[in-house]
Ligand binder design. Structure first.
Ligand code: TRP
Length: 417
């Protein structure tokens, strides 16, 4: 497992965030792990290099074609546009779907702040679409324990944030009969099956291995060192006997941002030793900060992103003031030389949120030629994000505590196993 990580990366991973960013600049090598995403390039992370380093597979046209043929659905715009760009064994999941054999979806979120930002929606929007296409069970892990261990957060507060975030996830329209959302703090203590999987995983992985995979050091608390087993456990159907009736051979597909891959490389490594199928994965790129693609957004920096709780006015101000522009230095310069979509954040955000391919392509052409100004592009984005946020706020208001409780209650879903 450790062979995927170069020695210099291992050293870099042991540094703290700020130092890691400096290291990324000095080494001209991107840093991507579950806690740090840093690059010195304005275009953001070099994803092709990352695929090589992680040993995953690029999503190519052949896979998209097969997806469409097998499911009868044209690929989602996040797939077509390469936001979900990398995978492990998605073909095997399609084989199963073709053979009418079951599988499930597993994704998650670390609840570090009460209010999620628009970028956090992306994996859930995509997961919801996958669930609709395949009609399969979905489990959503809220790692309040992880955030407690890594951040300056009280345990009770992390648990509260998990429930707040669950409301945002539910507001996207998930079907309660097909979806189980759980907080680690709440579910693990109630589930011998989940805990047994955790310790089975723990027994398969040495301290040396997690040091290699995650860059843990001698001074990290022991909670962190064992945490990867907790994120691995939901990959196995036996962790949810109420849903899968104790069946151990139901594989899962995990949609996640690629920084989560180390957890699942470890999971795939131990799965055969426990007699379980390896999870399949579908990885996304990172949603860039307003200030530019050099970093991932941080929920603790209010001006680095658009929050789902932002007002229409805040959205307008933030985008106009902070969205990094790929435009010219003056209107004349821009008209003459055109804008650079590759680094323009308003354009990047449109690729995530604008569904109409033709319109997006027209915008790309007109901005690149200089016909469209940065302000025009931002105006377009402001309207879209204002709608995303007000619609979300309306739907979230309708998620009552009772609805939340039902989603988080361990129970059988509508599928028989
Ligand atoms: N560690 C993830 C985070 O901090 C949360 C998470 C748990 C997750 N399980 C997952 C994300 C599965 C994607 C897929 O956000």
């Amino acid at each position: 497992m450790a062979e995927n990580i170069t020695e210099s990366k291992m050293e870099e991973m042991q540094l703290n965030d700020g130092a890691a960013k400096e290291a990324a600049t000095a080494a001209e090598e991107d840093i991507v792990d579950p806690w740090t995403v840093a690059t010195s390039s304005e275009k953001g992370i070099d994803y092709d290099k990352l695929i090589k380093r992680f040993g995953s597979t690029k999503i190519d046209q052949a896979l998209l074609d097969r997806f469409e043929k097998v499911t009868g659905h044209a690929p989602h715009h996040l797939l077509r546009r390469g936001v979900f760009f990398s995978q492990r064994e998605v073909n095997k999941i399609l084989d199963r779907y073709e053979a009418k054999k079951p599988f499930f979806l597993y994704t998650g979120r670390g609840p570090s702040s009460g209010s999620m930002h628009t970028g956090h929606l992306i994996p859930f929007v995509f997961t919801k679409w996958l669930q609709e296409v395949f009609d399969v069970p979905l489990v959503v892990q809220l790692t309040d324990d992880e955030k407690f261990l890594w951040k300056d957060l009280k345990a009770e507060e992390a648990f509260r944030l998990a429930k707040e975030n669950a409301k945002d996830i539910i507001a996207l329209g998930f079907d309660v009969e097909k979806t189980f959302i759980f907080s680690d703090m709440e579910y693990i203590g109630s589930s011998p099956a989940f805990y047994m999987n955790m310790i089975k995983i723990q027994k398969c992985v040495t301290y040396n291995q997690v040091k290699g995979i995650f860059g843990f050091t001698d001074s990290d608390c022991i909670g962190k060192i064992s945490f990867p087993s907790i994120q691995a456990a939901p990959s196995f159907s036996t962790s949810f006997p109420q849903i899968f009736g104790g069946k151990k051979d139901i594989p899962c597909l995990i949609p996640c941002a690629i920084d989560q891959d180390p957890y699942f490389r470890m999971t795939r490594d131990v799965a055969p030793r426990l007699g379980y199928p390896k999870p399949a994965l579908i990885h996304s790129t990172f949603f860039p900060a307003l200030q530019g693609a050099k970093t991932k957004m941080s929920a603790s920096e209010p001006n680095s992103s658009i929050f789902l709780t932002d007002t229409a006015k805040q959205i307008k101000t933030k985008i106009n003031k902070y969205a990094f522009s790929g435009g010219g230095t003056s209107v004349e310069d821009h008209r003459e030389r055109g804008g650079n979509c590759e680094i323009d954040i308003a354009y990047q955000y449109l690729t995530f949120f604008m569904e109409d391919d033709e319109r997006l392509e027209q915008i790309r052409k007109d901005y690149t030629s200089g016909q469209l100004l940065t302000g025009d592009l931002k105006k377009e984005l402001i309207v879209i994000l204002q709608k995303v946020c007000t619609d979300h706020q309306d739907r979230r208001k309708q998620v009552t505590d009772d609805i939340l409780k039902e989603f988080m209650r361990p129970r059988k879903l509508k599928y028989d196993f």
